[in-house]
Write a protein that binds this ligand. Structure first.
Ligand SMILES: Nc1ncnc2c1ncn2[C@@H]1O[C@H](COP(=O)(O)OP(=O)(O)OP(=O)(O)O)[C@@H](O)[C@H]1O
Ligand SMILES: [Mg+2]
Length: 376
C-alpha cells in the first residue's frame, strides 16, 4: 500500500488538514484587492496554502500569478522573475500573450524547447536598462497588465524577505511600494518565514511598506484536527493507528504542519497493519535520521556561541536567558555575546519568544539537538 503521507512538495489535490478558516479569509482579502503579509516558521504550509487559494481564484477567472524570490541575487534577477512569471501566465492565450509583450516592452520572452520541461520560457531585456531603472519599467509594465486584466489579479511573492539581501534593498522596497499602491485591481500576498525581517519591512515606521498590508500569522494546526488527519490517512491506506499515538505525535511536534506528515510517513514505512508504541518510537527515530542533513546544515551556518545557546534552549526553555544561573548552567559566556547571538538566532527564526519564553522554533530540531548532546 502506498504511503499516504507527503512531506515533500504537497500536490494541490493531496489531502490537506484544516485551514478552512484561513482559506476563506485569504480568499476574501484577495477578492477585496487587499494586500496581505502571510508569515509563519518554516514548513508551516504557507506555500501549499497560497497555492490552494490561487487555485480557487483561477476558477473565478482572476489572474493568479505566483513567484518565488528564493535565492534572488540582484535587482535584475528580481525584475526578470517578475516578467517571466507574467509571460508564463499568458502563454497559451495568444491575444493575452501579445498584450503582455506590449505592456512589458522592456522584456522579450524567449521560448525554447526543453527536454525536461517541454518548453522553457526565459526573458531577455530589450534595452540597455539595468538595476532599479529596469525594475521601475518592469513594475510599470506590470501595472499596465493589471489595469487591463479586468477580472482582477492576485500576485504572490513567496520568500519575500529575500529582498533585504539585495544591496539596493531599501530603494527596491520604495519602488515596489510606490508602484503597488497604484495597482488598484490587484491583491498582493507577501509570504515568508523569517518573521522578524518581514515584520520589520511592514511594521517599521520608516520603511516604505509600513502598514501597507494586513498582517496574517499562520498558526500551527489545531491538535484535534491534526490527530484526526493522521488517523484518517492511516485508515484510508488500510492501517489502524490508535488515537493515543496520533495524539502523541501531534503533541511532540506541537502541531507543526510539516511533521504532521513527516513523522507518520516514517511510522507508516516500518509498521504492520496496526501501529504500535514501538513503531512510533522507531518511526520517530527514523524521521530524525532522515532530517539530519537539514539540521546539520542549520548548525553549519551558526557560530559556536550561537550553537551553545540554541542547544541550551533545546535543553531548557527559559524566560530569563540572562540570569546568572541560566548562563552559568549552560556555559554561555558574556551578556554582550549572548545578546548578539540571541538577536541573530531570532532574525534567522531558529528561536522565538513565545509568551515571554525563549524556545527553539522547530520542536523536532530541538529534540534532535538534545539527543546530539546526549550522544545517542
Ligand atoms: N494543512 C496541511 N495539511 C497537511 N500537510 C501540510 C499542511 N500544511 C503543510 N503541510 C505539510 O508541510 C509541508 C511544508 O509545506 P509548505 O512547503 O507549504 O510550507 P512553507 O511554510 O511554505 O515552508 P517554507 O517556509 O520552508 O517555504 C508540506 O509539504 C506538507 O507535507
Ligand atoms: Mg514555502
Amino acid at each position: 500500500m502506498q504511503n499516504p503521507f507527503h512531506f515533500r512538495e504537497l500536490p494541490v489535490e493531496a489531502p490537506f488538514c484544516n485551514r478552512q478558516v484561513e482559506i476563506k479569509e485569504l480568499l476574501s482579502h484577495a477578492s477585496n484587492a487587499a494586500n496581505v503579509v502571510l508569515f509563519s516558521p518554516r514548513r508551516y504550509g504557507k506555500t501549499s496554502l497560497v497555492k490552494k487559494v490561487q487555485q480557487q481564484l483561477s476558477k473565478k477567472k482572476l489572474a493568479a500569478i505566483y513567484m518565488d524570490f528564493f535565492g534572488i541575487d540582484s535587482v535584475d534577477d528580481m525584475s526578470a522573475r517578475l516578467a517571466s512569471r507574467v509571460f508564463s501566465f499568458c502563454h497559451g492565450n495568444e491575444p493575452l500573450f501579445k498584450k503582455a509583450i506590449g505592456f512589458l516592452s522592456v522584456w522579450r520572452p524567449v521560448l525554447r524547447p526543453d527536454p525536461e520541461y517541454g518548453i522553457s520560457l526565459t526573458v531577455e531585456p530589450t534595452a540597455r536598462k539595468k538595476g532599479v531603472e529596469l525594475l521601475e519599467d518592469t513594475l510599470s509594465g506590470l501595472g499596465r497588465f493589471i489595469k487591463d486584466y479586468r477580472r482582477g489579479c492576485h500576485i504572490v511573492f513567496d520568500e519575500f524577505q529575500e529582498i533585504v539581501e539585495l544591496r539596493e534593498s531599501l530603494q527596491v522596497e520604495g519602488i515596489m511600494r510606490s508602484h503597488i499602491q497604484t495597482h488598484a485591481n490587484a491583491s498582493y500576498f507577501f509570504v515568508g518565514s523569517r518573521r522578524r525581517i518581514l515584520n520589520d519591512i511592514f511594521n517599521e515606521k520608516k520603511r516604505p511598506f509600513y502598514r501597507s498590508a494586513i498582517n496574517y500569522p499562520l498558526p500551527p494546526l489545531p491538535s484535534e484536527e491534526a490527530a484526526e488527519f493522521i488517523l484518517e490517512q492511516f485508515r484510508r491506506s488500510g492501517k489502524v493507528c490508535p488515537q493515543a499515538i496520533a495524539t502523541r505525535i501531534v503533541e511532540a511536534v506541537r502541531g507543526y504542519p510539516y511533521y504532521i506528515q513527516r513523522i507518520p510517513y516514517s511510522v507508516f514505512e516500518i509498521s504492520g497493519k496496526r501501529i504500535t508504541e514501538e513503531d512510533y518510537t522507531k518511526g520517530f527515530r527514523k524521521a530524525l535520521e532522515g532530517e539530519r542533513p537539514v539540521y546539520e546544515a542549520l548548525l553549519q551556518s551558526l557560530s559556536l556561541q550561537q550553537i551553545k545557546i540554541i542547544s541550551a534552549l533545546a535543553d531548557q526553555v527559559t524566560e530569563s536567558p540572562y540570569s546568572a544561573e541560566y548562563m552559568a548552567r549552560h556555559g554561555l559566556g558574556s551578556v554582550g555575546g549572548l545578546q548578539g547571538a540571541l538577536k541573530k538566532l531570532m532574525e534567522l527564526d531558529y528561536i522565538e519568544q513565545d509568551r515571554g519564553v525563549f524556545q527553539v522554533v522547530d520542536p523536532v530540531f530541538g529534540i534532535w539537538l538534545r539527543h546530539l548532546k546526549e550522544g545517542s
